[in-house]
Design a protein around this ligand. Structure first.
Ligand code: ADP
Length: 279
């Protein structure tokens, strides 16, 4: 659905990507993780065609995003990290924007607003940033585009809203859609994504399915000195150590995304070797 090959991208005097290759298929929710300033937004903007690669290629829905063809633009949506919504009623916002998206569904939009506890007759003018963000996420989902990109969507959402967000996204995915969510708040994607891609300084540090990760790595509290010593990553806990280690039992373990992220950032080469050896 999206194939990125040897992507090069630079801002005027800042090189961000120097040969990045990655692909995304329909039916999945992807997590794009990495610290601030590492290129996540830039990658999403290249996929959506609002920034143009300086080298390499991107194919999405069989088209080249940079050409910005209407048939492509009506089937992709990005919820940017920073956005502006006009001071109008929700109804007026929908009337002006929904016509650009042929598969927009009014009933779905109303039901997403309901999930987020946003009264449908509100004006955007009276809303907080978090409420506006929930309106935008509801609109994005109701557009039913094949590709949905979300840049740091959980920023500005409180704890309850974050769980509403997870529920809404999990219910919205189907076999025709591809959702890519970028975040530096790793925990917010727990139990939501199918594959995790960690990028750093424009490079892919790690790219694996959740299924692979839970079968090959184990996340637990350990009291065994030898196991702690061997672990890919360890952290002192009140009792014992929390560790990320090789899964020796064959029993799938529940992934702690934050620990995984730390393990990759501090010891990525070793963790990746495990995946290469066993795949
Ligand atoms: P992330 O989304 O991972 O936080 P970005 O893609 O926003 O990272 O930024 C990647 C790098 O490109 C950063 O070093 C950032 O400072 C730089 N950058 C982002 N936008 C611009 C711009 N418009 N002009 C110049 N440099 C930029």
């Amino acid at each position: 659905m999206i194939t990125i090959q040897n992507l090069h991208f630079s801002y005027r005097n800042k090189k961000v990507f120097n040969g990045l290759s990655l692909s995304f298929s329909p039916g999945h929710i992807y997590g794009l993780l990495g610290k601030n300033g590492t290129g996540k937004s830039t990658l999403l903007k290249n996929i959506i065609g609002s920034l143009f690669p300086t080298g390499g290629s991107i194919a999405a829905l069989g088209r080249t995003p940079a050409k910005r063809e209407p048939a492509f633009l009506q089937d992709v949506f990005i919820v940017p990290e920073e956005f502006y919504l006009p001071d109008v009623s929700i109804a007026k916002f929908i009337a002006s924007n929904a016509p650009f998206y042929p598969r927009f569904n009014k009933d779905q939009f109303a039901s997403y607003l309901g999930e987020f506890d946003i009264p449908a007759d509100n004006s955007l003018q009276q809303m907080s940033y978090g409420q506006k963000k929930k309106v935008l996420i509801s609109f994005a989902l109701a557009c039913n585009t094949a590709i949905l990109l979300m840049d740091e969507p959980s920023n500005g959402l409180d704890i309850m809203s974050k769980s509403q967000f997870r529920k809404v996204i999990a219910g919205a995915i189907d076999e025709n859609k591809c959702i890519i969510i970028s975040t530096h708040q790793v925990k917010d994607l727990e139990s939501l994504i199918d594959r995790i891609t960690i990028i750093d300084e424009g490079r892919i540090l790690f790219d694996q399915t959740i299924e692979n990760i839970s079968s090959k790595l184990s996340f637990k509290v350990s009291f065994d000195d030898a196991e702690v010593k061997e672990a890919f990553y360890k952290e002192d806990a009140l009792k014992g150590n929390v560790v990320v280690s090789k899964n020796e039992t064959g029993v799938d373990s529940k992934i702690d995304l934050e620990l995984l992220y730390k393990a990759i950032v501090t010891n990525g080469d070793q963790v990746n070797t495990l995946f290469q050896n066993q795949s």
